[in-house]
Design a binder for this molecule. Structure first.
Ligand code: ADP
Length: 160
């Protein structure tokens, strides 16, 4: 069974993330979307809320699971018997940081591979932070985040 882990903050999940999940789910037997718990960074959504939002979006994909993790990604991978980390690449600016992380993870455990998937052109400008900014200033986020979560994002922004 080929299991891949797609880690990130997903605060919140965007159409760019969903696109990577959908494509990865066609290649692997199982894809685990792993929401990173970062105690230093309080996001817009709590970790539990992010997991719930992603679960809402991935219901159509039967081989996709959603979980959260803290600590080292490779420990999470080990406990799930996963050997492949999926990363999305948008721009050259993503590359340097991702390259460093991929090498570090491979150094920590050389049975782990990081697989990079190119963003689809129509999502190359999309990030969770840009979505939050647009929503904060009253812009339309349809087409930026998956339809099932648009209202969750709007009400969260209003609440804050
Ligand atoms: P961000 O907050 O920048 O949107 P995350 O940390 O939640 O990103 O991202 C998780 C993963 O998804 C990373 O590998 C990131 O490169 C990838 N990703 C984010 N947005 C996109 C996009 N629009 N297209 C492809 N991959 C993306």
């Amino acid at each position: 069974m080929r299991i891949a882990v797609y880690p990130g903050s997903f605060d919140p999940i965007t159409n760019g993330h969903e696109d990577i999940i959908k494509r990865a789910a066609k290649i692997f037997d199982e894809v685990i979307v792993a929401v990173l718990v970062n105690p230093d960074k309080r996001g817009l959504f709590s970790i539990e809320e992010r997991v719930e939002l992603i679960r809402k979006v991935v219901t159509p994909y039967s081989n996709v699971k959603v979980e959260s993790f803290s600590g080292l990604l490779i420990n999470f991978m080990k406990s799930h018997n996963a050997k492949v980390i999926i990363k999305g690449l948008r721009a050259v600016s993503d590359f340097e940081y991702e390259f460093q992380m991929a090498l570090m993870n491979n150094k920590l455990d050389d049975s782990i591979e990081t697989l990079f998937m190119m963003t689809s052109a129509q999502y190359s400008y999309l990030s969770s932070s840009s979505v939050k900014q647009v929503a904060m200033f009253g812009g339309c986020i349809k087409g930026l985040v998956p339809d099932p979560i648009i209202n969750n994002v709007l009400s969260k922004i209003r609440e804050k």
